[in-house]
Design a protein around this ligand. Structure first.
Ligand SMILES: CC(C)(COP(=O)(O)OP(=O)(O)OC[C@H]1O[C@@H](n2cnc3c(N)ncnc32)[C@H](O)[C@@H]1OP(=O)(O)O)[C@@H](O)C(=O)NCCC(=O)NCCS
Length: 169
């Protein structure tokens, strides 16, 4: 599969919402959002539009040759002044596009963006049962920094998460 990584555009909102809805609906529960909880296409469009003028966060997409968006990565600087050198990452890849290097390429884009933005550390939370994501992050160079008990409320229950981080050289 050929794909390119690029910054998102507000016109991506509908496709990105569909992607997030379908990943949220996967029964394994990879994301904090459950089926139907992801933001609407209108909210996503407004968010992507606001990002154009906001230097502290970015969304990258992976676009397949036929124009289909098969991956979305968000990265945003921590709002606290004492941890403004840290940015949080969120990532998803379409089910039929996995294991073809999309996730790794999106993470690489996040690292490049972070370096330009004087960010020294990327962090993320991953559910302990998400072996694919943990394998990707460890292969990429993320390290486990902690285990957060009952940290997220997901579909009416409180679930644990692993905190991982990557040092920007
Ligand atoms: C986790 C996820 C983003 C990985 O994206 P991807 O595009 O499939 O990952 P890549 O193809 O770039 O994988 C790179 C490396 O990560 C590791 N990896 C990825 N998926 C793996 C899997 N299912 N099992 C074992 N290792 C895996 C491998 O080392 C892989 O390299 P290889 O294919 O050369 O062996 C994707 O599975 C996904 O979107 N899952 C659902 C949403 C989600 O879990 N998001 C993350 C929430 S924290």
């Amino acid at each position: 599969m050929d794909f390119v990584i690029r910054r998102s555009d507000p016109a991506d909102a509908e496709q990105l919402t569909r992607l997030a809805d379908s990943v949220s609906a996967e029964p394994e529960g990879w994301l904090i959002s459950i089926a139907g909880e992801w933001r609407s296409a209108g909210d996503e469009r407004r968010f992507l539009k606001a990002l154009r003028r906001y230097p502290h966060a970015a969304v990258f997409v992976a676009e397949r040759e036929d124009g289909t968006l098969v991956g979305r990565l968000s990265v945003g600087r921590d709002p606290h002044p004492a941890s403004a050198h840290v940015a949080d990452v969120g990532l998803m890849v379409a089910l039929d596009a996995r294991r073809q290097g999309v996730g790794r390429a999106l993470l690489q884009a996040a690292v490049e963006w972070a370096r330009e933005a004087d960010i020294r550390k990327l962090e993320l939370h991953v559910f302990p049962w998400n072996e694919a994501a943990i394998a990707l992050y460890e292969a990429f160079g993320f390290e486990r920094e902690g285990f957060r008990k009952g940290h997220y409320r997901r579909g009416g229950e409180f679930v644990d998460a692993i905190l991982m981080a990557y040092a920007i050289e």
